[in-house]
Write a protein that binds this ligand. Sequence first.
Ligand code: DGY
Length: 323
Amino acid sequence: MSKPKVIVSRKWPEEVESRMQELFDVQLNETDTPMTAAQMQAALQSADAFCPTVSDNVSAEVLSVHNLKTRIIGSYGVGFNHIDLDAAKAHALAVTNTPAVLTDCTADLAMTLLLMSARRAGEGERHVRNKEWRGWRPTHMMGAKVTGKTLGLIGMGRIARAMARRAFHGFGMKIIFTDPYPPPAEVVDSLQAEARASIEEVLREADFVSLHCPGGKETWHLINAERLALMKPGAFLINSARGDVIDQTALIEALDQGVIAGAGLDVYEGEPAVPAPLLTMQNVVLLPHLGSASRETRVAMGMRVVENLQAFFNGEEPRDRVV
Ligand code: DGY
């Protein structure tokens, strides 16, 4: 029997690409050049499976291609707001993602952003590299203490819980959260976490607010000027979720006016563009969407795609089916 034809949109870790070559008739992307909409459409017309990543916009228009051959979209990443799921459903396409394997690394990175923002680590590093450091002194680059402070989580899914574990056990932080689908009581109890009825309550009370909700229409600009104004002036906003959850213009204004003390961002609306004012602000830490970017995790994500494709082509239900 001939192997299923699979097209991969970006360069993947070598181990995963080798496994794909063993199992499938795979077209890899050696140059790692992002695919255009037309190239994605050509892939959908010629492959049994198409494997995009979170930076490919698999829109309704892309999916509306004539002579669609693809039957499964095996996306590399946990988020799926880059795929028009209604259109995928309408075209009877299966869609899978890669949850769980990136939980720890993304929580590690959210914690990194929290620590870097509070302790002015990015600013400090620039200071040293720019040869501006004049030596230790009692009032030099004082930041905010993290231990014992209150961490407010917007969304309490896998990554938020992993961050809460780090913050509670490692830094003695008080955990408050809001989520329309709260975790089981034993999870909440193990973190001595307290639920709040609204985003507003979390924003008013937390010293650090970390966003852990999906991107997309329902959470677009969830954190806007009104909500930023509810945060404490000494508080920090951390975003390792999706860029469009924050109104970036409102955030820039809030950082500039001292409405909040600082922010740590790994994601942006319209990536890879980063608004120019953020680039010159000292009270914001900027990372290039590195949440899952450890070698182990990126390999595990790829292997999870492989597993989903294998199940699908064996006539089984893929474990990570989204639609
Ligand atoms: C995802 O998987 O959704 C992340 O944003 C990239 O790791």
